[in-house]
Design a protein around this ligand. Sequence first.
Ligand code: NAP
Length: 512
Amino acid sequence: MTLLCVPIFFDSLEQTARDVALAAEAGADVVELRLDRLTQGVALPQYPVPVIVTCRPEWEGGESTLPDGERIALVEAASANARYADLELATLRRHPDARTFLAERLIVSAHDFKGRPDRLANLVVEMNAGGGDVNKVAWMARSIRDNLEAFELLQTRQKPTIALCMGEAGLISRVLAKKFGAFLTFASLRDESATAPGQVTVHDLKRLYRWDVIGARTKVYGVVASPVVHSMSPAVHNAAFDQTGHDGVYLPLLVNPGYESFKAFMESFVPFEGLDLSGLSVTLPHKENALKYLREKGADVEELAASIGAVNTITIDRSDRRLPLRGLNTDYGAILDSITDTMRISRDALGDLRVAVIGAGGTGRSAVAALAHYGATVVVYNRTREKADALAAEFNGRTGRVVAASMDKLCDSCCHVFINTTSVGMHPHVNESPLGERAPKFTPDTVVFDAVYNPMKTKLLRQAEAAGAKTIGGVEMFVRQAAAQFEAWTGTKAPSDVMRRVVEQRLLHSAR
Ligand code: NAP
């Protein structure tokens, strides 16, 4: 069993007792007491959970400025009531006798806050040959691929091992430690009490990343993006896995911008034995890279995803040894179905509609391509007119009619449906609307759709509501594209209501 360890800086006996109690209540199996701030030995009481003691020196990322001898004495004094004590490999090289008071209780550790240790394999060989009971290596991830080396260390371990990557790109090593049978992982009590960069809170590890149900066979999914830290997708998909009992975990996958980084990620992660990577969401800045990569591999790409020029979903068939990949775009389906469900019409009836698409960026392009594909007449309005002209010229006449028009003419438009695909009105500019202060003559039959989801009710939607029009918010699109991804990966119906509730709760929380 992989232990969940909460690190706690020891400042006083009272504060430590409080924090240990909170950690135990939050679900910690063990706590690591960091004695770095002490200058004199302390006798620890019995705590409600087992304890690891350590006194990390400044030269290894800690706070202690004491010389080796005094630090070792401090650890020794505190270790009487501790289950384990952690000493650095570098300390033990200078003081091999220090291990004698720690028979069968010694964690030997090596940390590198700058990047991967140069001689990582040699370090582990040295640890294996030494007298420690648990090996620990932690280093700052230079890229997401460093995590794979941490997983390899766990797969080939000769002793109980902790192998973790620090930083945002290393988050997955902390969550998947359990899948790969690590001795423990660390999670902080609170955001501000993290003792290493990239450490998640116990609450997030257990609730958001499904720690309690992760096992060796758990399938791994994730969102490939840069930046990725604010993505709502992990919360939405993990809630869907919880609801349906699917044995999966969905993670933020920080892949640096650029085609080469995307390709290197795919080439190393997809075939990695034991990782069970089973599906990917792809977002900024990698949607075009995903399409290019899948084409290069000769993989199957959905027709409309190819004509939009962007893939936001990759499925990986792990039942086939060749690991075939497939590229989809669930954004356009989410746009179309939001409209057809609101109007209670079929996709084929879109051919009778005139649709104003405001914006000519990535989302605008998905909307134009999909609507034109189903025969709608589309008018593209965009701040930069040349982009609207180019988009219209690309899709006009394929099936539907696509023209560009000046933004000034938007309020004179007599379209049935208006879709805002610009970022105008997005938080914090909540009092802006792509229409300005003057709205077109909306009627109760007009449908106004805003792709912006933060805030949930944009100024554009408020204008539309005031005119009695039907409205669709960006949350609808977000939930539908995520639900379609879930269904593509699992082959089962997505719990859309649960997913919608998670998105709404997150947005309400962020608005507070
Ligand atoms: P994008 O590719 O960068 O395109 C941005 C578009 O907005 C361009 O047409 C740009 O016009 C226009 N624009 C930006 N600032 C403007 C301003 N101040 N005034 C007028 N036009 C402006 O972005 P994207 O990825 O398509 O995303 C667009 C919006 O859709 C974002 O708010 C995003 O959050 C939302 N979105 C929602 C979902 C969902 O699931 N609900 C999914 C994807 C995106 P120029 O060409 O003149 O620069």
